[in-house]
Design a binder for this molecule. Structure first.
Ligand code: SF4
Ligand code: SF4
Length: 401
């Protein structure tokens, strides 16, 4: 690519790649390097490859593309990098240029943009899960088999119904917030959305669910489709232009990272940080079993929110927050990485499951739909007696009523 052929975004990504000074301080933080141990599977090697492709010094051969595809885009390297290399931005631009998508993939990513289509797919999945046909799942193969095992129990249609557009504060009102319902969240984890709304109301906030909101586009960016990702951000910017909002509250860290990367009409804040700062009215009943916390990458590394969840858990009387090794490393979910790269995703999850077992936790708390699905599938497969919960679910259940 010549200088003149570069768009401003491509140029910004290219310049960001030049910030790498090859120090290698990121390497040990990279989950794929921990598994594969080769230079081209670590951040420094990937930046080198991406720059070489941008400078047209090398061809994007299948081997090069594979090394780039194996990246989780967990952005742990960004947290570790002393030069501030914007790795996520460089990778997003590179994938946008190189990614080829087949029909099934286009259908899958398109479904995220259409709630009716998502709901119809969920209904079919639920029928499959509840019918006797599931005994035939051993006949599935490849990705289909992996997808089937990974899919959580799909909730009934009644549980998936949309959130009300508005919910009043409980007690004296202290502010107004808006909530993103999300695509996957609204279909598979609407219970988490309802708990989030209830926590915000109890904290004294009037909650709006803007009706024009759409999928945030984070998974499309991850998949290298920047046109769709940017269009979704524009639509949400318009939808969330509600007067008087104190914050746009997120309970999915991937969506939070996407929306906070752009200029939204109000500050974009994860539920953990929002309640840690504004949840004084929340009172919790005691919890006596050991709890571990696993940080979602796009909360910890992309949004740099590293303490809110622990502060809130620390407010639950009697709760023992047990340390877990690798708690700030990716669990291998990473958007649809676990479907694209099931083998490596499984190895990454295995290391995390070992850490969970060593921690002795009875409950694992996290904050992202992909992480919930990945952890639940792994815990079930290993037969561990550990409940995996979203932070909002855990806190709402502990609310002193
Ligand atoms: S984003 Fe994650 S997987 Fe990719 S290079 Fe950085 S640390 Fe490694
Ligand atoms: S830590 Fe940053 S500067 Fe050092 S090798 Fe990694 S990406 Fe490059």
């Amino acid at each position: 690519m010549t200088e003149t052929a570069r768009s401003p975004e491509e140029l910004a990504a290219y310049l960001a790649s030049l910030d790498c000074v090859h120090c290698g301080l990121c390497i040990e933080h990279c989950p794929t390097y921990r598994q594969l141990g080769r230079e081209s599977a670590n951040p420094r090697g990937r930046v080198y490859l991406m720059r070489a492709v941008m400078e047209e010094r090398i061809e994007p051969t299948p081997d090069v593309i594979e090394d780039l595809d194996l990246c989780l885009v967990c952005r742990a390297c960004e947290s570790a990098c002393p030069s501030g290399v914007a790795f996520g931005e460089v990778m997003a631009q590179t994938r946008d240029k190189l990614k080829k998508r087949g029909r099934i993939r286009r259908w899958m990513m398109g479904a995220l943009l259409d709630r009716k289509r998502l709901n119809r797919t969920a209904t079919l999945m639920r029928l499959w899960q509840r019918s006797g046909l599931r005994v035939l799942r051993h006949l599935l193969w490849g990705r289909l088999k992996h997808m089937e095992a990974y899919m959580p129990t799909v909730p009934a249609a009644d549980t998936r119904r949309p959130l009300p557009p508005h919910a009043p504060a409980i007690g004296e009102q202290r502010g107004q917030v808006a909530l993103l319902e999300g695509c996957v969240m609204s279909v598979l984890f609407q219970d988490v959305n309802r708990d989030t709304m209830h926590l915000l109301q109890t904290a004294g906030y009037e909650v709006f669910v803007p009706q024009g909101q759409e999928c945030c586009g984070a998974l499309h960016e991850h998949d290298g489709d920047l046109e769709t990702a940017h269009r979704q951000l524009d639509r949400n910017r318009e939808a969330f232009a509600v007067d008087g909002l104190d914050a746009i509250v997120m309970n999915s860290s991937g969506c939070g990272a996407a929306l906070s990367s752009t200029d939204m009409p109000a500050p974009v804040v994860d539920i953990s940080r929002f309640l840690a700062d504004h949840g004084e009215r929340l009172a919790f009943s005691p919890f006596t079993q050991p709890v571990a916390y696993d940080a979602p990458c796009h909360l910890h590394h992309a949004q740099r929110e590293t303490t809110g969840a622990q502060q809130l858990l620390g407010r639950v009387p009697g709760l023992e927050l047990v340390p877990m090794d690798l708690w700030d490393h990716c669990c291998g979910a990473a958007g649809i990485y676990n479907l694209d790269q099931p083998e490596l995703s499984g190895r990454i999850l295995d290391e995390k499951l070992d850490a969970l077992e060593r921690s002795g936790a009875a409950v694992l708390v996290t904050g992202n739909p992909g992480c919930l699905m990945q952890w639940r599938a792994g815990v079930a497969e290993r037969g561990l007696a550990v409940e995996v919960l979203h932070l909002a679910t855990f806190l709402a259940a502990q609310l002193d009523s």
